[in-house]
Design a protein around this ligand. Structure first.
Ligand SMILES: CC(C)(COP(=O)(O)OP(=O)(O)OC[C@H]1O[C@@H](n2cnc3c(N)ncnc32)[C@H](O)[C@@H]1OP(=O)(O)O)[C@@H](O)C(=O)NCCC(=O)NCCS
Length: 177
């Protein structure tokens, strides 16, 4: 199957490659990156890559690998995952290595992903979720024009009861007229 590729000013969003598994696991071991995310060991990190590759194969999109133009560095992921539990709506997500924060890369990748959704999917809305304290992720949502859904907070069913990461906020954007 041909590789997916979405090019922005400074980045390439693309299909996952086997060579991404090591740098992705390295990113998943960084406590700064994982502050608001569940612990991810090597098996869980590989499972996540498998799920993204399966989504790409089945639906043509996923949380794509993000590569920096110029040096080809693997920075993390950003993209639209197909609708799935618990909200059953296309979800934009992002996770970048600590060294890539503070340069606008996440917002650049998220904007391009959103534009790709409107151009290629029939979905009327796209959403994003995070824990309330993840202000950096919420700032990306707001920069790309998403707004918090009033009364949309929910307990994530895949996070155990009593876990401080269970409560989530919901942001959404509607297809431009
Ligand atoms: C969420 C995450 C991707 C956000 O990264 P980020 O670097 O804060 O977001 P951006 O890439 O959009 O960068 C914005 C920052 O870059 C700055 N910036 C620098 N150069 C820039 C440029 N050329 N263009 C735009 N912004 C630029 C902005 O001013 C802003 O700075 P600020 O944070 O001091 O306000 C990152 O924190 C992360 O990977 N976190 C861990 C994983 C995670 O929690 N993911 C979400 C789970 S739901």
């Amino acid at each position: 199957m041909s590789e997916f590729r979405l090019v922005t000013d400074r980045l390439i969003l693309r299909s996952w490659r086997e060579a991404d598994r090591d740098p992705f696991f390295a990113l998943n071991r960084d406590p700064a990156v994982m502050e608001f995310l569940p612990e991810t060991d090597r098996a869980a990190s590989n499972d996540a890559v498998d799920r993204m590759q399966a989504a790409q194969a089945a639906h043509g999109h996923c949380f794509w690998a993000v590569e920096r133009q110029g040096d080809g560095a693997f920075l993390g992921f950003c993209g639209p995952m197909p609708a799935r539990e618990p909200l059953n709506e296309v979800e934009l997500g992002w996770r970048l290595c600590r060294a890539a924060w503070g340069q606008g890369y996440a917002s650049e990748a998220a904007r391009a992903s959103l534009a790709w959704c409107w151009a290629n999917l029939a979905t009327p809305t796209v959403m994003a979720i995070t824990v309330p304290a993840n202000v950096r992720s919420r700032a990306v949502m707001e920069r790309i024009g998403m707004t918090e859904v009033e009364g949309g907070d929910f307990d994530h069913p895949h996070v155990p009861e009593g876990d401080p990461l269970r409560r989530h906020v919901l942001y959404r954007i509607a297809r431009p007229a």
